[in-house]
Design a protein. Structure first.
Length: 203
């Protein structure tokens, strides 16, 4: 005879869409996008297989919603990390780099979906806007660095992209198992210091 733990998980839904997204993200982290299905997450949260289609027309819509939600959370993390509290530029950059790498390592599968979704043909405007919003804080930090003389003048997006390539590279290396997890915070801080040296105006 089955026990209560044998039954599918069931939630009391105050917000079905949120419950579906959270379960979808769990499946994504555990098994990858290939194992994600509307029918499967409906079963897992204890609703009819048709219920998710009230919120997501198909699997791609679900992936796009996950990506948009991910960019929203990344924006919050980056905004909180940089602050505006008078710290030196190098400290603010290091804090932002740590926040980004931490998010990327903690949500590796989600990050892949975020960037894949953002660059796919026919992407929804709301997802593009969420992606742009997530990286407003790094752009604003470069603007502040240019104003304080810590960063070379020039096109803000090009300067920010050059710096962010190194930070994103750290996250990619960490997710590939190429960096020791315990050493990662120190590596991030060292990279930020070297980036600042490279970003400073010469002369």
């Amino acid at each position: 005879m089955g026990t209560q733990t044998d039954a599918p998980r069931r939630y009391h839904h105050g917000n079905l869409r949120e419950a579906l997204l959270r379960r979808a993200e769990e499946v994504l982290a555990e098994s990858g996008a290939g194992e994600l299905s509307l029918r499967g997450i409906a079963r897992d949260v204890g609703v009819s297989h048709a219920a998710p289609r009230r919120h997501f027309a198909d699997k791609q819509a679900l992936l796009d919603a996950l990506a948009e939600d991910g960019f929203g959370r990344l924006a919050v993390a980056l905004d909180a990390s940089v602050g505006d509290d008078g710290r030196p530029f190098v400290e603010r950059l290091a804090a932002m780099a740590e926040a980004y790498v931490g998010f990327a390592v903690g949500h590796a599968a989600l990050l892949d979906v975020m960037f894949t979704g953002k660059h796919r043909p026919g992407v929804d405007a709301s997802l593009l806007a969420a992606g742009a919003r997530a990286f407003q804080a790094p752009l604003a930090l470069v603007v502040a660095g240019q104003a304080s003389g810590d960063v070379v003048p020039g096109d803000v997006e090009r300067v920010a992209t050059s710096a962010w390539a190194a930070i994103h590279g750290l996250a990619s290396m960490a997710n590939a198992g190429l960096l020791d997890a315990e050493a990662l915070p120190g590596i991030v801080a060292d990279t930020a210091e070297r980036l600042v040296l490279g970003l400073r105006p010469r002369g």
